[in-house]
Ligand binder design. Structure first.
Ligand SMILES: O=C(CO)[C@@H](O)[C@H](O)COP(=O)(O)O
Ligand SMILES: [Fe+2]
Length: 216
């Protein structure tokens, strides 16, 4: 089954609890939390406090996407705040293997994110430590950007690299139902969608369309 992970970057920050309840009632599986530090990416967003506040109001999977330089500095904080998945960028640390071990040490699921220009082979030697790979289909930093078409080829390469291993394949950036259909055909198992879901006139309908992709 395809998992749908709305990005809270597109939620109304002053009505966060309302939006989370609406996403729960609309059938979202995960909540995707975009953490940006103003260094790895130009934008600044949320910290561990945001995750602990969410943890108090929802049982949905909290999927934390760290767009942060040297994420190893913050793994403990985000794990203790209640993250379920912690995803770090392979471009952001010289110590990817150690950082993944740290996430596992705290009992959480591991993810590695790859920017659009990063070769999938850069994660070849950490595959045995991964629960998820996140392919960025826009350049990280902002919601509402246009999907990058080369992501489909990259997905095919990633699937070959992963082989029979049980690793979730998440795609993040510019996803809608039409693009999602092609992504799932190429092997994506988790779809992140921010503006498509939260700016939709009927977010439940947007989630339903994404959820129904696997049945097509
Ligand atoms: O990580 C990021 C952006 O850096 C994403 O999670 C976006 O927040 C997705 O938003 P849309 O492209 O779906 O609007
Ligand atoms: Fe993200």
């Amino acid at each position: 089954m395809i998992k749908i992970a709305p990005s809270l970057l597109a939620a109304d920050i002053l009505n966060l609890a309302r939006d989370v309840k609406m996403l729960e009632e609309s059938g979202a599986h995960w909540l995707h939390i975009d953490v940006m530090d103003g260094m790895f990416v130009p934008n600044i967003t949320f910290g561990p406090q945001y995750v602990s506040a969410l943890r108090k109001i929802t049982n949905l999977v909290l999927d934390v996407h760290l767009m942060v330089e040297k994420p190893e500095r913050y793994i403990e904080d985000f794990c203790k705040a209640g993250a379920d998945y912690v995803t770090v960028h392979c471009e952001a640390t010289p110590h990817l293997d150690r950082t993944l071990q740290l996430i596992k040490f705290h009992g959480k699921k591991t993810g590695v994110a790859l920017n659009p220009a990063t070769d999938v082979r850069s994660i070849k030697y950490v595959l045995d430590k991964l629960d998820m790979v996140l392919l960025m289909s826009v350049n990280p930093g902002f919601g509402g950007q246009q999907f990058i078409e080369s992501t489909y080829d990259k997905l095919n390469e990633l699937k070959d690299l992963i082989g029979e291993r049980k690793i979730e394949i998440q795609v993040d950036g510019g996803v809608n139902d039409e693009i999602g259909t092609k992504l799932v055909a190429c092997g994506a198992t988790v779809l992140v969608a921010g503006s498509y879901i939260l700016n939709h006139t009927n977010p439940k309908k947007a989630i339903d369309l994404l959820k129904n992709i696997s049945k097509n």
